[in-house]
Design a protein around this ligand. Structure first.
Ligand code: ADP
Length: 261
């Protein structure tokens, strides 16, 4: 756990640095991309310069996408945590996730009934889901099974995140698992470090899991990984359960359904 905390502090520092650079970079890119678009507009349709300018524009757009990711990573974006139901939030992202996954991978989502609520920014939760699902897909280049599941869970005290705001140890768990390539111990040990990637230049930024980690820690939760080379990987994301918000609001017309609380 000490190692994890050191890791998180290192990440925080790199994140702040990256965020500052990304912010200034973004302003410069706005100028570069803006003038490139103007120049391209002014070029006659058959001008030989159009191709070069289009290359500049495309590179500028890629750079802008990268800085956007850096900014999101350094959490310069406005964060608005809300009380929400993990099942509902996950279910509403399923269509998007299925599209990300493509045809070769079987996608399955299972939801545990009546989960306690959690507190997190809905956009950030979607980012967590997307990053984990994209990684799972990338781990299965020849296809496989991708599962997204929710669960209520009790964490042993030793595993509780130190910034957690649950006193009972009750967590809501999001599991994203794949039957892909799995991870070596070497990869596992660098997993949450910013810019660590095995996907090659131009493919991975190495910011996906660092972002996931930052978001989940900020929400008072924690991330556990279970992976075996050649068999697959499961990411377990734990969010502190909100005790008081877990009951549905009283409704006059509510059916009397037994709920095991
Ligand atoms: P990126 O996806 O840009 O490489 P991430 O931070 O999301 O950055 O992931 C870092 C690295 O962790 C990946 O390059 C890969 O080696 C490893 N990894 C992440 N998720 C999985 C997974 N589901 N299966 C196997 N390896 C994974």
């Amino acid at each position: 756990l000490g190692e994890q905390i050191r890791q998180a502090q290192k990440m925080e520092a790199i994140g702040q640095l990256a965020g500052g650079v990304a912010h200034d970079f973004n302003n410069l890119l706005t100028v570069i991309n803006g003038y490139t678009a103007l120049l391209l507009d002014d070029e006659p349709p058959l001008s030989p310069r159009r191709e070069s300018l289009a290359e500049v524009r495309d590179a500028g757009e890629r750079a802008a996408a990268l800085t956007a990711q850096l900014l999101a990573f350094s959490r310069k974006a406005i964060v608005e945590p809300k009380v929400l139901d993990l099942n509902e939030a996950t279910a509403s992202a399923v269509r998007l996730l299925k599209r990300l996954v493509g045809e070769d991978v079987r996608f399955e989502a299972t939801f545990a009934p009546s989960l306690p609520k959690i507190r997190i920014d809905p956009g950030q939760l979607e980012q967590v889901l997307m990053n984990l699902v994209v990684n799972a897909r990338d781990a299965m280049p020849t296809g496989g099974q991708l599962r997204v599941a929710t669960k209520e869970t009790l964490l042993p005290v030793g595993l509780k995140g130190e910034s957690s705001d649950t006193t009972s140890g009750r967590y809501v768990r999001l599991i994203v698992s794949d039957t892909g390539i799995g991870m070596s111990d070497e990869v596992k040990s660098h997993l949450f470090e910013p810019f660590f990637t095995t996907k090659g230049i131009g493919k991975g930024t190495g910011l996906g899991l660092a972002t996931v980690y930052g978001i989940v820690r900020q929400a008072g939760g924690t991330v556990l990984v279970d992976s075996e080379v050649g068999r697959g990987t499961a990411f377990h994301v734990m969010f502190p359960a909100l005790e008081s918000a877990s009951e549905p609001p009283p409704k006059a017309s509510a059916q009397a359904s037994p709920r095991g609380h």
